[in-house]
Write a protein that binds this ligand. Structure first.
Ligand SMILES: Cc1cc2nc3c(=O)[nH]c(=O)nc-3n(C[C@H](O)[C@H](O)[C@H](O)COP(=O)(O)O)c2cc1C
Length: 269
């Protein structure tokens, strides 16, 4: 039974008077430690967020440089990226819009925004919603003529949504390169979409045939249209390859950038 002196003390004094290995003190220390640790983790995460966003942006810009064949290890990415001319394209009309600032427009956020995107009923790329606006990058030669155009694309692979870019020559039909900058496919299998040897297969391929039909295909065997339009599927990663086929054909088709490529071919840019 507690003595009269202890009963007279307040709860804090009684708590402090307990032995260090008592259950209340042990629980208190554990809870206090958890609180302090979680506050440190949260504060660090908030403090590092701008840096993470900056690094993501630099990585994306590095990939745009890579797909355009301009990246060199060690280069100042932010500086090198200034050669590109970003524009926001109205996907339906295939023309540029001034409604948004192309340097800050967030394509991924737009694709989630019900105001800026539409729900797809026919959805071969497995993206759910299609953005009404997308940021593209023009690269001009020294005379100011369009040299290349870099278009964003995304679509589902086997495990993940794969985000990337396709670089087209000024004619809007010849492929210069293809590059993914974000995906969750399996290393050694689906992640071979990052393998430079596989990416090199895209250079020189064409989107449309002479009749204007979309023919580019990723498949195990060449389509009837011929090798100008065929990229070999990755061995052991047919499902990711099918995902790439679906997304490239979606984004290069009518629901994707076909209206913009028509504008480009007409010389209206
Ligand atoms: C753990 C695991 C991870 C896999 N990851 C991938 C992947 O990222 N992409 C892919 O296409 N196939 C992946 N596969 C293989 C697929 O299940 C499937 O076998 C393959 O796509 C068929 O390709 P193939 O016809 O060239 O053999 C994975 C299989 C396993 C067991």
């Amino acid at each position: 039974m507690p003595d009269v002196q202890t009963q007279k003390q307040g709860p804090l004094a009684r708590f402090l008077a307990m032995p260090p290995d008592s259950t209340p003190k042990t629980v208190f220390i554990a809870v206090a430690l958890c609180l302090v640790a979680s506050m440190i983790v949260s504060a660090t995460s908030v403090a590092l967020r701008p840096l993470q966003e900056q690094n993501k942006l630099i990585d994306k810009q590095k990939n745009v440089l890579q797909v355009a064949g301009l990246y060199e290890p060690g280069m100042n990415v932010l500086e090198a990226f200034s050669v590109f001319e970003p524009h926001v394209v109205d996907m339906a009309t295939g023309t540029f819009t001034d409604e948004f600032d192309a340097t800050t427009f967030d394509d991924r956020a737009a694709a989630r925004d019900p105001e800026l995107s539409i729900r797809l009923t026919d959805d071969p790329a497995g993206i759910g919603r299609q953005t009404k606006y997308a940021t593209i990058y023009l690269l001009r030669d020294d005379d100011g003529n369009i040299d290349k155009v870099i278009l964003p694309m995304h679509g589902y692979g086997l495990w993940s949504t794969m985000y990337g870019f396709i670089a087209l020559e000024e004619n809007g039909n010849d492929i210069f390169g293809l590059q993914f900058y974000d995906h969750g496919e399996t290393p050694g299998l689906g992640a071979e979409i990052d393998n430079p040897r596989w990416k090199a297969l895209w250079g020189g391929k064409k989107l449309l045939d002479d009749q204007g039909e979309l023919q580019i295909t990723v498949a195990k065997s060449a389509p009837a249209a011929g090798s100008d339009f065929h990229v070999d599927a990755i061995a052991g990663a047919t499902l990711t390859s099918v995902g790439v086929d679906n997304l490239v054909r979606f984004w290069m088709g009518e629901a994707g950038f076909a209206p913009f490529l028509e504008t480009l071919k007409a010389g209206d840019i």
